[in-house]
Design a protein around this ligand. Structure first.
Ligand code: SAM
Length: 336
């Protein structure tokens, strides 16, 4: 997510924190997995309740600093791993009763403001966008991919209506110059025929490149599948999304496993009407007026959650098929 500045200090504002705490009920204790540790807003709050344990993950090495501070305070109850959440099935969790798995997707305020990460079109740093544990940067992508591939990235990951022309002008320009952040912004500005005065011209292309560089689509899908596997009966899966593409994937996954249809061909027919999840609330939860006043960028946040109905770990899902066209675009990165 793109969090805002808290007056007087550079701080990340944990989005929908009150709502998440009321959903996962840490006052009853238990182990929780915070898949997107960030600045530790959620982890810290959960650990304030006795008898809780938090296993936190983040792909960004820089988040270790905050993690070490929390470790000093809650030594026995806090574990941090610098891994991607798609790898959460590699954690040794046999004896843990995982009560909740939480995802707060996107970026922290600290990451957006870090020039060396180059996540923003306002950044003075390199055209990087690597969040951590990546194989190529945004600069590699815009300078090396084919015009058609760039167009698809901007169109499907950024929903930019002028994708075709932006891709064309990038390819023309890079014959003469290497494309960096500033040049990319200039190309987009010059290309855009339809100006939108509320949204910066580069917003969509930058979003698209961040999704592409960090393989956010396959990360999210694998994260959701693996989170579902580690949850026990009554365990809760909570996801906060920040753009429509993420929300579409999350909504599909949660809904498809909450509706009456077979969860696996290996389950006897008599059980096949059972669903894996209970979709506790159909509509997404959004920030309160109060939160919006304190943290305007939370306006795009949507929270969805489900409760696992049974101890069942080998379920089937067609989610990769559903979003195959997006995974194919992500795979353009394999040659970089
Ligand atoms: C919006 S921030 C989380 C903020 C956190 N809830 C807090 O209150 O401080 C998202 C974090 O998730 C991390 N992240 C994003 N995708 C990830 C992935 N696939 N695996 C692990 N961490 C990821 C980012 O590096 C970032 O630190």
């Amino acid at each position: 997510m793109e969090a805002t500045i808290v007056p007087g200090e550079q701080k990340h504002y944990p989005v929908l924190l009150k709502e998440i705490i009321s959903i996962i009920s840490p006052q009853y204790g238990g182990t929780f997995i915070d898949c997107t540790f960030g600045q530790g807003g959620y982890s810290k709050k959960i650990l304030e309740f006795e008898n809780t344990k938090v296993i936190a993950l983040d792909r960004d090495e820089d988040s270790k600093v905050k993690a070490n501070e929390i470790k000093d305070k809650f030594e026995d109850r806090f574990i941090f791993k610098n891994i991607k959440f798609s790898q959460l099935n590699n954690l040794k969790l046999k004896n843990e009763n995982i009560k909740g798995v939480i995802f707060d997707l996107g970026y922290s305020y600290i990451q957006i403001k870090d020039p060396k990460k180059g996540l923003s079109f306002n950044s003075s740093g390199p055209l990087n966008m690597k969040m951590g544990i990546n194989s190529f940067s945004a600069e590699d992508a815009v300078n090396k991919l084919d015009e058609k591939e760039l167009e698809k990235i901007f169109k499907f990951f950024g929903e930019d209506k002028e994708s075709k022309f932006i891709a064309r002008n990038i390819v023309k320009e890079r014959i003469k110059n290497n494309i960096d952040t500033q040049l990319l912004v200039e190309i987009i500005e010059k290309t855009k025929r339809k100006k939108n005065f509320k949204v910066h011209s580069s917003t969509k292309v930058f979003q698209a490149l961040r999704i592409f560089v960090n393989k956010e689509i396959s990360e999210l899908i694998s994260g959701l599948i693996n989170a579902t596997k580690v949850l026990k009966k009554d365990g809760i899966l909570v996801i906060v999304t920040f753009h429509s593409l993420e929300d579409k994937i999350v909504k599909y996954f949660l809904k498809s496993l909450s509706e009456k249809k077979s969860i696996s061909r290996y389950v006897p027919l008599t059980d096949q009407s059972e669903t894996l999840f209970n979709l506790a609330q159909k509509k997404a939860i959004i920030p309160s007026e109060k939160e919006l006043k304190e943290n305007l960028p939370s306006r795009s946040a949507k929270l969805r959650y489900v409760i696992k109905k049974k101890n069942f770990y080998d379920f089937e899902t067609d989610i990769f098929d559903q979003f195959k066209h997006l995974i194919e675009i992500e795979n353009f990165g394999d040659k970089l």
